[in-house]
Design a protein around this ligand. Structure first.
Ligand code: ZN
Ligand code: ZN
Length: 277
């Protein structure tokens, strides 16, 4: 493929797991595999928690196409399967290939958190390894990846913004709401929010739906995907909460389900393939 004359685009988003939090992860009430982005000639995996590689294979995806592994913070529901993906990206640890991005606590020795989540052995395998703090960015295969601020119990937690040559996607992992975290996520097409709890049920260092509504109003994205649900959210259920969000914000909002595949390139055309509510 001649990429010089072709726009590089993130084509599809696949939810490898819409569950989050300790309890949902322990009981696997929802899968906890994170997200996969299908790009022209490869796949990026974001926050691959427990079971991610299993679900990835079950969905018929080819793990050897993985070329990017992105990790927002050092909690097991976000990183446990990352080393397996690194081995896949590097063809069984045989070829220096791919991109590994992580918060400082994921890739470095940091005060109070001890060893990095990823082993030194695995850190040496990919072609490019970047430990990121808010504001840092890297361009890989013509996709720009920028670290956003998040406020979480892992103080090094980062959100991530992906800009291909046509669209932008901003992802916030577990974070408390604060206007300062919005910086860098402006003018995003798709906003992905990890929303632990429904309504106004606040839990420190996480978003509830009321917080998510505030974020959507401030960022004004074209589409919103909520995911990474805790137990209370699953009881709400998430679809009802997404519908309520959409009514209040006027912005198309989808609640993630395990295995759902959402087109990105087509999502912003007049024919709205995302319309679910
Ligand atoms: Zn989490
Ligand atoms: Zn967390």
């Amino acid at each position: 493929m001649n990429l010089i004359n072709t726009l590089v685009m993130i084509k599809e988003l696949i939810v490898l797991g819409s569950g989050g939090s300790r309890m949902v992860t322990i009981k696997q009430e929802r899968r906890t595999g994170g997200l996969a982005f299908i790009i022209d000639d490869g796949i990026f995996v974001l926050d691959p928690g427990p079971g991610s590689i299993t679900y990835f294979n079950q969905l018929g995806l080819n793990p050897f196409l993985v070329k990017g592994i992105l990790i927002s913070h050092r909690h097991p529901d976000h990183y446990t399967d990352a080393e397996i993906y690194i081995e896949a990206a590097t063809r069984g640890a045989n070829v220096k290939r791919g991109l590994l991005i992580g918060a400082k606590s994921v890739l470095e020795h940091v005060n109070g958190l001890g060893h990095p989540a990823i082993s030194i052995y695995h850190k040496c395998l990919p072609e490019i390894v970047k430990s990121m703090s808010p504001g840092d960015s890297v361009i890989y295969n013509r996709i720009k990846i920028t670290a956003l601020k998040s406020i979480h119990t892992d103080p090094y937690t980062i959100g991530l913004r992906l800009d291909d040559e046509k669209h932008s996607i901003s992802y916030f992992p577990d974070t408390e709401f604060d206007e300062e975290i919005i910086k860098g996520a402006e003018n995003t097409d798709l906003l992905i929010l990890s929303v632990l709890r429904p309504g106004n049920q606040k839990f420190p260092y996480h978003l509830c739906i009321d917080d998510a509504i505030k974020m959507v109003k401030l960022i004004s994205p074209k589409k919103v995907l909520i995911t990474h649900f805790g137990t209370r959210m699953l009881r709400a259920p998430p679809e009802k909460e997404a519908e309520r969000m959409a009514k209040i914000t006027g912005i198309n909002t989808i609640a993630a389900t395990d295995g759902i595949r959402l087109p990105i390139a087509e999502a912003f055309k007049p024919l709205d393939l995302w319309t679910k509510n």
